[in-house]
Design a protein around this ligand. Structure first.
Ligand SMILES: *[C@@H]1O[C@H](CO)[C@@H](O)[C@H](O)[C@H]1NC(C)=O
Length: 255
């Protein structure tokens, strides 16, 4: 065997080894993402695993085929000051039904969605171990929410923290006056991102794009495909980063 042939055969066996490693990496991360595509977060009222829930109530009904919420949670999602979180929508006067329906939908989405895996993060809170972060929302859902609420009043932009809970339900803290919705939230983007401390990310994607999550839908849950898309693109980034690392390590060895 000439020197050149020898080098070539080393290169080939090296190549096969890297192919194997990349394949293994791809396999391990794809079995991992199967879970991410269909799972429930570890939070206050979520089921352990998603499954059919034939009795889901009104606005939560679209999740009947596969849900992380129980029928009880879906009913409670429609109540004022429900036992779920004792949350008071009417902290600056009665919220209109037109606006409230978006908060009900938001609650159904949060409690019932089995496809939020790519955006679930661990969190150190007394009432939950996991939260959602930067879920890309469809433009229409965010705009309609803001439009239907723009005549309401509120005293806070972030509704997760800073309330006076001394009475058992959230009231405005003494130093926070009720202000016009549009003063607190100048834009739909500002509202969607701030209200639940960046649980949602505003996007300019429309509901037909397949690149954003839909709060409102009927029929087959369109969000599964969206989650799949984001899992796959994250995986591509991961593989790319891995290949770059391998490449850099190889260059170092050779040089
Ligand atoms: C849901 O469950 C809670 C706690 O068990 C209970 O207090 C509440 O009445 C139930 N709600 C409905 C609508 O069944």
């Amino acid at each position: 065997m000439t020197r050149r042939q020898q080098n070539q055969s080393y290169a080939n066996s090296d190549g096969r080894m890297w192919d194997m490693m990349i394949l293994l990496l791809a396999l391990s991360s794809s079995s991992f993402s199967e879970d991410k595509l269909n799972m429930c977060m570890d939070a206050k009222h979520h089921k352990k695993v998603p499954g059919p829930e034939g009795q889901l109530y009104l606005q939560c009904a679209p999740w009947r085929d596969n849900a992380c919420c129980t029928a009880n949670t879906s009913t409670e999602a429609h109540e004022d000051n429900s036992y779920l979180y004792n949350f008071n929508w009417n902290h600056c006067g009665a919220m209109s039904d037109e606006c409230k329906k978006h908060f009900i939908q938001d609650t159904c989405f949060y409690e019932c969605s089995p496809h939020l895996g790519p955006w679930i993060q661990e969190v150190d809170q007394s009432w939950r171990k996991e939260r959602i972060f930067n879920v890309p929302l469809c433009k229409e859902d965010c705009h309609e929410w803001w439009e239907d609420c723009k005549n309401e009043f509120t005293c806070k932009s972030n509704w997760h923290t800073g309330w006076d809970w001394s009475s058992g339900i959230n009231k405005c803290p003494a130093d926070r006056k009720c202000r016009k919705w549009t003063e607190v939230y100048p834009t739909p983007k500002y509202m969607c991102e701030q209200i639940w401390s960046n649980s949602y990310l505003y996007t300019t994607y429309s509901k037909t794009s397949g690149r954003c999550m839909q709060l409102w839908f009927s029929g087959l849950n369109p969000n599964k495909k969206v989650a799949e898309y984001y899992i796959n693109s994250a995986q591509q980034d991961q593989s790319f980063a891995f290949i770059m690392l391998v490449f850099l390590a190889f260059v170092q060895v050779v040089v």
